[in-house]
Ligand binder design. Sequence first.
Ligand code: A2P
Length: 307
Amino acid sequence: MPLIGLGTWEADPGVVGSAVQASLDAGCRHLDCAAAYRNEHEVGEALAASGVPREEIFITSKLWNDRRRPADVEAALDKTLSRLGTDYLDLYLIHWPVVWAKDSVMKPDAQASLRETWQTLEKLVDAGKIKHIGVSNYNEAEIKELLSYARIRPAVNQIELHPRLPQTQLVEYCQGHGICVTAYSPLGRGGKTKAGLLTNPTVARVAAVHGVSPASVLLRWNLQRGVVVIPKSVTPARIRQNLEEPWSFRLSEQELAAMATIDDGARFCSPPWSTFADRTRSDDIVTSCLTRLASGIFAVASLDITK
Ligand code: A2P
């Protein structure tokens, strides 16, 4: 898996295709996708138009939370394959460690389980439709449980990682068990949040010393601890910079120590169904209320059934 990929989360339809094209033109050979991003068909169109041979590109996608029963897992994979215009994925991840009823949001499905989902994914590896399987947003206990029954071990855990949320213990646990870690939102979601990392004074100071952009410092910070990064951008100049500049310098021990002080545990992606180890009691109350609502009153159309 190439160490730097292109993230496509929140890359809007209409622009994600040209971002994929710009990225491939710049030499990127790793695309991170998901059914829930609702833009896989456009990624697929750009891949087809690019003329880059399929086998040169590492493509990841993710199985959404309401597709857990065996037939639904395979149907969801088939849809993703057809949207991306390929007959196999390099990596398929369980997007979140939750089990929802089909076509619902947060309605539990007592007839399905993550174990059965994993066993279905293993069969799809055997069938040649997926090269590697993995997970996303898993905590240490969830990985441990998965390892207790996995015939094919998870290749990857994709989690939110940046200097405000280093999650060092989880990263070391995964790496210690041969599971590659991929960082989503490695730029702290860029300019999307006011408290983003691109304007952090420590990051800016380190960037100035090396004559690089703050984004490159943030990417290098993850790369230097063996973590794969998938920065999202739809801007060609940034796409090129994110691919090239992080390789042009090295962070010193002192710089890493200075960046360690940025850690304040801030998460930019924390939906109510998350199972993160740092959840608070009020998070749990919200989740419990929403789960009851989802079970009793409404079922919201699933994200996975879109084009
Ligand atoms: P855009 O897509 O408009 O280029 P993350 O990967 O942490 O979620 O961050 C994504 C955000 O960071 C997007 O808003 C993206 O903007 C922005 N971004 C990506 N690369 C860079 C860069 N090199 N410099 C500044 N902002 C960037």
